[in-house]
Ligand binder design. Structure first.
Ligand code: NAG
Ligand code: NAG
Length: 464
């Protein structure tokens, strides 16, 4: 530990700052009071706002204490071989992806101009004991834990907060634990309740929390070195791809309590037919995900597949298909050929890109329906077409955003407010199993939407 302290050369700025007049310090203090308001802890439902929340840098000389705290922390992690990586969004955003690391990026006021610095760490390599041993004299260390969603352990650590003991303007270093799941993505937990931060963080400080308002999921990433304010830190690679995921990273778990309740009330269908269907449906889902991911087309569980996830954490055995939702704005003409080249048969194509588009594929005896969703200021909708009559239908949903979840050991998206989505589609009695279902009449949110003009039928009603 002592060896480490001696290696840290106090930045010249400290001397500079000490030399400044009392009047200037008062002025700076005033700015700090103005800019670093505590109420910046954001707690908004719309995760897209998360990315726009930002630390407001002071355009005044750096606070060396902060850079120093970061240096001490980063050196300790290096000594323990803990690969922590920087998660400050504004710094990551300013790194160009093509610059091969180490890149020097510094305006001399990066760490210095904030009171709260966020790092992430692959949980696998984190070493609480080692960190406490090396840093307990410099920092007060708080850990936040939660019940393990995968039930491998009772509780797991999700965040650490290290508060610099040595300074009047306390620096908080937040370390977010990235837990590997399914071997294909990283998950981090939420800070619950968020009010815990009031007890951990000193009342004089204000922080912007980007990580921990919600649980989040990120595709697997590596880290590499860059230099920030003369400190070498690791950052996720490529930084822009990581940053782009942040506003859409919110993760929700399937509600196992609800699934247990459903199974207790209605039983589990373990028949051979049911099991076979579930196995095949999972394969279709996995293949569909792989293809849509390769085309960078976002999709979510829709209709019966979404209901199965929400109610039972599984596939509804008596359904015969897999239903996915896709924004029409994400449509890519490569979609149909890509699916056809990969073992899917196009069964029908209804509507057109500008109106009520839907596709239905088959893979063996499983149907994969892709419903395309249209956004309006007040609601979102997808369309239906009856091939025989040319009648059009419209299914209306309250506007929604997408969250990640796990389903059949795959990372997929669902509408974040899944209950609102399910209730729109299935009404208040969605919990009760229904085996008779008429897609033109049963949904609570179906509206008749006129008839396709006969001259368009060749285009808008294609059955193969
Ligand atoms: C970084 O190091 C260089 C060379 O040692 C020095 O000139 C510069 O002032 C340092 N910058 C900061 C922000 O400390
Ligand atoms: C999970 O489902 C149960 C039973 O339906 C419900 O009471 C509970 O609020 C749900 N939990 C969450 C986190 O939604």
């Amino acid at each position: 530990m002592n060896i480490y302290r001696e290696q840290i050369v106090k930045p010249r700025l400290l001397k500079l700052l000490a030399g400044l007049s009392v009047g200037f310090l008062l002025f700076q203090f005033f700015l700090i009071r103005v800019f670093w308001k505590r109420d910046e802890v954001q707690n908004t439902v719309d995760t897209s706002k998360q990315a726009h929340v930002h630390v407001k840098p002071l355009q005044e000389p750096a606070q060396p204490a902060v850079a120093n705290a970061v240096k001490i922390f980063v050196s300790a992690c290096a000594e323990l071989n803990i690969p922590v990586f920087l998660l400050e969004v504004d710094i990551l955003s300013s790194l160009t992806p093509d610059k091969s690391p180490p890149t020097t990026f510094s305006n001399g006021c990066l760490f210095g101009c904030r009171q709260h610095v966020t790092f992430g760490c692959y949980y696998k390599y984190w070493d609480t004991q080692g960190i406490v041993q090396l840093l307990k004299s410099d920092f007060a260390i708080h850990s936040i834990r939660q019940a393990d969603p995968r039930l491998h352990h009772d509780t797991i650590p999700t965040h650490f907060f290290l508060l610099d003991r040595g300074h009047k303007q306390p620096t908080a270093i937040q370390v977010v634990m990235f837990h590997s799941r399914l071997g294909s993505y990283f998950w981090h937990g939420a800070i619950t309740p968020l009010s815990r931060l009031n007890r951990i963080l000193p009342s004089t400080s204000s922080v912007t929390i980007y990580f921990g308002l919600y649980a989040g999921a990120y595709k697997k990433f590596e880290v590499d070195d860059v230099q920030v304010d003369n400190v070498t830190v690791k950052v996720p690679q490529p930084p822009d791809s990581f940053v782009q995921q942040i506003p859409h990273s919110r993760f929700i778990e399937c509600n196992e309590t609800q699934a247990t309740k459903f199974a207790a009330q209605y039983g589990i269908d373990n028949s051979d037919i049911s099991q076979k269907f579930q196995r095949k449906a999972r394969q279709v889902m996995a293949k569909g995900k792989q293809l849509l991911d390769s085309l960078e087309i976002r999709f979510w569980l829709s209709s019966g597949t979404c209901l199965g996830w929400f109610r039972q954490c599984g596939i509804i055995p008596h359904s015969k298909d897999v239903d996915l939702g896709i924004w029409i704005s994400d449509y890519n003409p490569q979609l149909i050929p890509t699916f056809q080249e990969n073992g899917f048969k196009l069964k029908h194509m209804f509507g057109k890109i500008s109106d009520s588009f839907e596709l239905s594929f088959s893979a063996g005896d499983i149907k994969l329906d892709l419903f395309f969703f249209y956004d309006t200021p007040n609601y979102m909708w997808n369309g239906g077409t009856q091939a025989k009559t040319g009648n059009k239908y419209k299914y209306i949903f309250p506007r929604f955003t997408l969250c990640w979840t796990e389903f059949l050991d795959l990372r997929v998206r669902v509408p974040c407010d899944t209950l609102a989505y399910i209730e729109a589609n299935y009404g208040p009695n969605w919990f009760r199993p229904v085996t008779e279902w008429d897609w033109k009449k049963s949904p609570s949110n179906v509206k008749e939407n006129g008839v396709w003009p006969e001259k368009e039928w060749d285009q808008v009603i294609q059955v193969f």
